[in-house]
Write a new protein. Structure first.
Length: 199
C-alpha cells in the first residue's frame, strides 16, 4: 500500500473456518452510507448478518483509514456470483457524497490493487448484480438479458432496470425458479457508487 495511505490490518476479526480460495479476476466497487467506521461494519456483517467477518476485502472509512478486512486470496461476502473471483472494495460516503480526500485515497488504493492483481476489470456492485442475474437467466434457459452497462450506477437507469427485472421475476414460478428469485432480493443500487465517475 502507498506510504501516504493509512492501512489498518483488521483481518484478525475474520473467522477463516472453511473459507474457500479466492482467485481475483475483478475489483468490485461498493459503497455504504450506513456504516462509517470499521467497527460499525463489523457489527452489521459479523454479528447481525452472521457472516465470517466484514464481507469486503478493503474498506475506506469515514475517518479516511483503509481497513484490510480479508486477505485477497480468501473468498469475500460482498457480491453474489463473484465472491470467489473478485476483491471487494467499499467506500463510506456521507449522504452519498464523496469528498476530494476520499477520491484521492480511493484512486491510490485502486492503483495499488492493479499492481498487486494485474490489470483486472473494475466494476460496480450494481453491475455485478445484473451480470450475475443474466448468468442465472442463461443457466435456466431464458434468452432474456438485462443491460450490462456501467450506467447502472445512475439511480434513474438502475430504477428502470430494477423495475423491468421485478416485472420479469413476478411472472416466474416460485418453486422452480427459487434461486433466481433469491438473487434479486438484495438487488439494489449501492449509495455512492458514483465514485466510479472519478476513476
Amino acid at each position: 500500500m502507498p506510504k501516504n495511505i493509512h492501512l489498518e490490518d483488521r483481518t484478525s476479526t475474520l473467522d477463516r473456518t472453511n473459507l474457500r480460495t479466492n482467485n481475483p479476476e475483478y475489483i468490485i466497487m461498493h459503497s455504504t452510507n450506513s456504516y462509517p467506521e470499521f467497527e460499525d461494519l463489523l457489527k452489521k456483517h459479523k454479528y447481525q448478518n452472521r457472516w465470517k467477518g466484514v464481507g469486503y476485502h478493503l474498506f475506506l472509512s469515514d475517518s479516511n483509514r483503509v481497513h484490510s478486512c480479508r486477505p485477497f486470496n480468501l473468498e469475500g461476502e460482498h457480491a453474489w456470483g463473484f465472491n470467489l473471483n473478485s476483491v471487494g472494495f467499499c467506500i463510506y460516503t456521507h449522504n452519498e457524497k464523496i469528498n476530494r480526500e476520499k477520491i484521492r485515497i480511493g484512486k491510490e488504493v485502486l492503483t495499488y490493487l492493479r499492481k498487486e492483481l494485474g490489470e483486472i476489470p473494475l466494476i460496480s456492485h450494481s453491475l455485478a448484480q445484473v451480470t450475475y442475474f443474466n448468468k442465472l437467466l442463461k443457466e435456466n434457459g431464458f434468452e432474456k438479458q438485462f443491460p450490462e452497462d456501467q450506467r447502472i450506477i445512475n439511480k434513474k437507469f438502475f430504477s428502470e432496470v430494477k423495475s423491468e427485472v421485478d416485472s420479469f421475476i413476478s411472472g416466474l414460478s416460485t418453486s422452480k425458479y427459487s434461486k433466481l428469485k433469491d438473487s434479486i432480493k438484495s438487488f439494489r443500487n449501492c449509495p455512492g457508487e458514483l465514485f466510479n465517475h472519478f476513476i
